[in-house]
Design a protein around this ligand. Structure first.
Ligand code: IMP
Ligand code: MG
Length: 186
C-alpha cells in the first residue's frame, strides 16, 4: 500500500487501535463498577478527547449525562503556554452531580488543574478525572487523575484525537510524530 503523507509523518506507533480498545474495556469496567449506584455526569474536554469519549462511553452501560467544554492553551506550538482560555461560557451545570472529566492527555497539568478548579467552584457532589495518556514528567501543576489509560515518556504524540496544529486527530492509533516536523526551524 502506498503510504499517505499523514502516516509517513509518524516515527513509530505507540498504541494501535486494538491495544487502545483493550485498555478502554478495562477502564470502562472500572468506571462502571465505581459509578453503579450514581448518575454520572461526563464532561469531555474538546477537541482532543472526542474519539476517546466516543469509544469509552459506549463501553459504560450506565445512565449518564454528557457535556463538553472547550479550552485551549496552545498557540500552534508543542509547548503549553500555561495560560488556559475558556472558550465556551457558560460552563456545564455540575451542581450536586457526580462528575467525571475526560481528557486526552495529562502533560504539564495546567489544563486539567484549571478545569478542576473552575468546576469545583460550581459545587459538584464529586469529581474524578480520566485521561487516556499521562506523560511521565515533572508537572508544572500537580493534578489528581483517577483513571489513566497509559503512561508514556515525555514525547509529542498524535492520533486518536490528539493533534499537532489541528492535524492527525483522525489517525486511529497513537504515534510519535517525527521530531523534524515539530522542532522550531529557527
Ligand atoms: P497540559 O495543560 O500541558 O497538561 O496539556 C494538556 C493538553 O495539551 C492536552 O489536552 C492536549 O490537547 C495537549 N497536549 C499535551 N501533550 C500533547 C501531545 O503530546 N500531543 C498532542 N497534544 C498534547
Ligand atoms: Mg490539543
Amino acid at each position: 500500500m502506498r503510504y499517505l503523507p499523514m502516516q509517513s509523518d509518524i516515527e513509530r506507533v505507540l498504541f494501535d487501535e486494538a491495544a487502545i480498545h483493550k485498555r478502554l474495556e478495562e477502564i470502562a469496567a472500572q468506571i462502571t463498577a465505581d459509578y453503579r449506584d450514581r448518575e454520572l455526569t461526563v464532561i469531555g474536554v474538546l477537541t482532543g478527547s472526542f474519539i476517546l469519549m466516543s469509544d469509552l462511553l459506549r463501553r459504560i452501560p450506565l445512565p449518564l449525562k454528557l457535556d463538553c467544554l472547550t479550552v485551549s492553551s496552545y498557540h500552534g506550538k508543542t509547548q503549553t503556554s500555561g495560560e488556559v482560555i475558556f472558550k465556551q461560557p457558560p460552563l456545564p451545570d455540575v451542581l450536586d452531580r457526580d462528575v467525571l472529566i475526560i481528557d486526552d492527555i495529562l502533560d504539564t497539568g495546567h489544563t486539567l488543574a484549571a478545569i478542576r478548579e473552575k468546576l469545583e467552584q460550581a459545587g459538584p457532589r464529586s469529581m474524578r478525572v480520566a485521561v487516556l495518556l499521562s506523560k511521565k514528567k515533572q508537572r508544572a501543576r500537580e493534578v489528581d487523575v483517577d483513571y489513566v489509560g497509559f503512561e508514556i515518556e515525555d514525547e509529542f504524540v498524535v492520533g486518536y484525537g490528539l493533534d499537532f496544529m489541528e492535524r492527525y486527530r483522525n489517525l486511529p492509533y497513537i504515534g510519535v510524530l517525527k521530531k523534524e516536523l515539530i522542532e522550531p526551524t529557527s
